[in-house]
Design a binder for this molecule. Structure first.
Ligand code: PLP
Ligand code: COI
Length: 353
């Protein structure tokens, strides 16, 4: 496919790698492509990073037709750049598009776009272990009318942000609040899609959690508020009495690529992994009986993040003395080892550029 490149005349300086944080800085360029029904995708271009202009009636501003993805470009010790399972993100982008009646993108084209963009922004991939260039592909509907219907016009973009760790705690255990008022999504809703609205609706509970000193919310299912679902920006796993349990994908949970990778790694290591319903009662019982051995979250931004404290209905439970558990540490070492090219990728997950 043809991608027109217009380079910036004012390249920016790379911020200090030790002060990156998450999603605060942006690279020099961005990718943009337009869609019109009957015409398909056209005008693929990489242009200097900057503001965009939208019609005031644009669909995304009124009816929230927006989806996104998140993946990272990693710098290996020999200076090369690699992606982690990018086709999984591309497939999920199209699943989300289908749910939100946005246009899908040919998988081959989507990969070529990613590769071309990351190659151009190569200098923005930081070098220190634990840092990466976070890539944010996203798509929104921009019909210039107020009717509620499938969009006829859309835009696909990618921006890139050199980032460090998502949580200020880094690899240290985070504190999570189990939410029992608001719900994130329901089965039949949009939970399995990565759409902006899921996150907008999550913010209120997230704010409540922050005020009480917790980093994020652990959601319960939207119907009975009984089953554990996932955390605001990561999937969850628990080790209870030797069994590793992660909520099954019932339609209201995001099918995380890190989750899928963790399951494969854990099974390969010989652990018993169950993808099943886990009720809050079962979890509380395990915590009270001292049988919850480890808990962690996993996601692209969050990587593998140990959970040190869980709070439910104002009662706080400490997990593994707020220390990183053995399995959590092993998973972290293997996943980050593969991602940053420190250990051999026996899974064929890495996509070298
Ligand atoms: N769940 C939610 C709600 C997320 O935002 C994310 C992050 O993308 C995840 C789970 C983890 O998904 P992945 O591992 O594909 O990044
Ligand atoms: C990611 O991990 O890529 C995410 O999308 C999480 C994000 C909401 C910060």
């Amino acid at each position: 496919m043809e991608i027109k490149i217009t380079k910036t005349q004012a390249p920016k300086a790379m911020p200090k790698e030790s002060e990156l944080g998450f999603g605060q800085y942006f690279s020099d360029h961005m990718f943009v492509m337009d869609y019109e029904a009957g015409k398909g995708w056209f005008n693929a271009r990489i242009v200097p990073f900057g503001n965009i202009s939208l019609h005031p009636a644009s669909t995304v501003l009124h009816y929230g037709a927006e989806i996104f993805e998140g993946l990272k470009a990693y710098r290996t010790e020999d200076g090369r750049v690699q992606l982690f399972r990018p086709m999984e993100n591309i497939k999920r982008l199209n699943t989300s598009a289908e749910r939100m009646c946005l246009p899908t993108i040919d998988e081959g084209d989507a990969l070529e776009i990613l590769e071309t963009f990351v190659r151009l922004e190569e200098k923005w991939v930081p070098k220190s272990f634990g840092t990466s260039l976070y890539l944010r592909p996203y798509m929104f509907g921009n019909d210039e009318t107020l009717g509620v219907h499938t969009v006829h016009r859309a835009t696909y973009m990618i921006i890139a942000s050199p980032s460090g760790s998502y949580y200020k705690e880094g690899i240290n255990p985070v504190k999570i609040m189990i939410e029992n008022e608001d719900v994130r999504t329901v089965r039949g809703g949009t939970g399995y899609a990565k759409c902006g609205g899921n996150y907008a609706a999550s913010t209120r509970a997230g704010e409540r959690a922050n005020k009480k000193g917790y980093s994020q919310v652990l959601w319960l299912d939207g119907v009975e508020r009984k089953y554990i679902e996932e955390v605001g920006a990561m999937n969850v796993m628990f080790k209870i009495n030797g069994e590793i349990i992660t909520p099954e994908l019932t339609g209201s949970i995001l099918p995380g690529i890190t989750r899928k990778s963790c399951i494969e790694v854990l099974k390969n290591l010989g652990y018993k992994v169950s993808e099943r319903l886990l009720s809050i009662d079962e979890l509380l019982e395990a915590m009270k009986a001292g049988k919850l051995e480890e808990a962690w979250g996993c996601g692209t931004a969050a990587v593998v993040s140990p959970i040190g404290r869980l709070m439910y209905q104002d009662v706080e439970y400490v997990i593994n003395n707020e220390k990183i558990g053995e399995v959590t540490q092993k998973l972290y070492d293997i996943l980050t080892g593969i991602q940053w090219g420190k250990i051999e990728d026996t899974y064929n997950w890495v996509h070298k550029l």
